[in-house]
Design a protein around this ligand. Sequence first.
Ligand code: G3I
Length: 355
Amino acid sequence: MNPSPDRRSLLLSALALASCAGGDTRAQSAPVRPLRETLPFPIGTAIMTGQLDDSQHAVLTRTHFSQLTPEWELKMEYVLQADGSYRFDAPDRLAAVAQANGQRFYGTTLVWYSQENPAFQALDGRRDAFVSAYRHYILQVCRRYAGRAVAWDVVNEPVAEDGAGLRTHLWSRNLGEVGHMVAAFRHAEEADPAALRVLNEYHLESRPAKRATLLRLTERLLAADAPITCLGTQTHLGLDQDPRQITETLRLLGGFGLPIHVSELDISVQAASPFTPVAELLDRQARLAGAVLEALMALPERQRFALTLWGVRDRDSWLRGPAGGRPLTPDRPLLFDDDGQAKPAFHALAGRARS
Ligand code: G3I
């Protein structure tokens, strides 16, 4: 278990939470114990350097979370410049914050269809140069955090949206549909043998075809001796999610005997009618959060790698950005509301779903 935050942090978090009531006379939520001390497995969150100067965010993050994932600043889009140079200023800061807070540091992601970087596009079709640059990139990034990164999403979202096969892209075109993945896992192992190497995917609990293809891919990669040592299911949910499929997904993934990471949990409330009372939305959200907890707890302890939320407060969520569309009311996908108050979904994870 990670060292719990010191008493100062706990006092600060209590003050921060108390101040989250906006100083008015609204009922104060019950004092909340740090999630990182409540749960029997590491609990993480996504973070970016733009949040480091936000004191409420900082207190909530170090109080409740024992693992940090750079939300975008350790991805190729940030690290690799068009001229082939690297920048690590932001992820280095986030790694230092994790170390200071006694938190694990989680790397996402090395190879992703949606990040075809210009430096690699310039090598498209030039196999030897591409092979060399691909290995160099993974070695450069993974070696830098060797001894600090607990794990890496080595290959992210390999399955086609409809689940009918695997995505094709710059990486598969130059290094093979499966070959680019085997190579990535091997380069990551060479760079930092101690870090877990994760195959990470989304919508496995809502698209059976996608889950089936991911399971077959995992078999294929393991049969090809790809050194995969963890499986990630992002778990971006909506209120229309069948909780039984969450349990089934973790059961099927767990069948490989590897640690399982719920890697990017958020629970959008946008699927519900805009006229649904907020209390009902948050109750349904809490029940799904509880289902995720139960699904993880149904795995053997050695397979419960971590549960990572994709952000701290609702207003920190990517779903509040362009990707979330322009809903009638802003989404509320995370454990803390815009004021930093713990929501029913928090209490579902903390073992006390509110009535
Ligand atoms: O903050 C900078 C801003 O300073 C700059 O002017 C602007 C234009 O370059 O970029 C801003 O950074 C953006 C960042 O989000 C913060 O908002 C990046 O462009 C943008 O690419 C980045 O998007 C991230 C996205 O992955 C792509 O990396 C999202 O934050 C992040 O939530 C999202 O996370 C993904 C997971 O990695 C994979 N699963 C799905 C999940 C949601 O899409």
